[in-house]
Design a protein around this ligand. Structure first.
Ligand code: ATP
Length: 261
């Protein structure tokens, strides 16, 4: 198993945000975490990347216990994260942002840059543009590209569809699929459960810090409880599309990277 959480607990002060979560991600999979606001999805990703300490349980990567391994070491071992809110460096160019992703490791970064520009032609056209002037969707692509430049074995994605127009959401999801085809395992946090389950092989449903269901994505798509709670019942009544409120995603300075740790 590439990644395993075993009975993990995480606290913010006295608040217990994660209450004994166990999950597994095998090499080559796309696994999704879905659930309502506050269910603990972002905290779970932060626990894996080392941004939040765990209070109990274990995190295993490639069979080794990394529960106490610092975040920057986890990046070198192969855990790459594109954070919620994008967090690109606004005053640096597209190319400089990508190069930052490869900063801490050795190897052929020129070849990796070429691969990123092949994956994201939009970024290729804009390599000399300041990241802060990119559209929301382009910033999302850049954040993913920068995480990929660390050469991760597993890529953690937090709400990559957030704030994007439907057309861009589709584009981002097809890029994630392509990243997976090229050999990177993906753990995807999404509120857009419909799209996430169409893309993922398997998924976990989180509620208030617990895993309440885990199954293949196709089983969850057919599950009446999941449909009622996360897929807008018989589709489109409410909830569908609330993540796509931005008309064209253009012109925002930089993704609000405000959420505190
Ligand atoms: P969303 O979809 O809204 O991002 P989520 O499923 O990612 O939600 P988390 O952000 O992981 O949920 O939050 C899980 C719980 O931990 C929530 O109850 C939240 O209020 C709490 N929490 C998160 N961050 C902090 C923090 N910095 N300080 C205190 N409590 C926090």
């Amino acid at each position: 198993m590439l990644l395993e959480l075993k009975d993990v607990y995480v606290h913010y002060g006295k608040i217990e945000a994660i209450k004994g979560i166990s999950l597994e991600v095998a090499e080559g999979e796309i696994v999704s975490l879905i659930g309502a606001n506050g269910a603990g999805k972002t905290t779970t990703l932060k626990t894996i990347s080392g941004l939040r300490p765990i209070s109990a349980g274990r995190v295993l990567f490639d069979g080794k216990d990394i529960s106490r391994t610092p975040g920057h070491v986890r990046v070198l071992r192969g855990i790459g994260q594109a954070p919620e809110g994008r967090g690109v460096f606004p005053g640096m160019t597209v190319q400089e942002n990508l190069q930052m992703g490869a900063y801490a490791r050795k190897g052929n970064t020129a070849g990796d840059l070429a691969e990123m520009y092949d994956l994201f032609p939009r970024l290729n056209e804009r390599r000399a543009q300041m990241a802060g002037t990119l559209s929301g969707g382009e910033q999302q692509m850049l954040a993913i590209g920068r995480a990929l430049m660390t050469k991760p074995k597993v890529l953690l994605l937090d709400e990559p569809s957030m704030g994007l127009a439907p057309k861009l959401v589709t584009q981002i999801f097809s890029i994630i699929e392509e990243i997976n085809h090229r050999g990177t395992t993906v753990l995807l946090v999404e509120q857009n459960a419909q799209q996430a389950l169409q893309l993922a092989h398997r998924a976990y449903v989180l509620e208030t810090g617990h895993v309440v269901k885990s199954a293949s994505a196709s089983q969850l798509l057919d599950d009446p409880e999941v449909r009622a709670a996360y897929l807008g019942g018989d589709l489109g009544v409410d909830g569908a599309g609330e993540a796509d409120a931005t008309p064209n995603g253009a012109g925002r300075p930089t993704g609000g990277d405000a959420p505190a740790q």
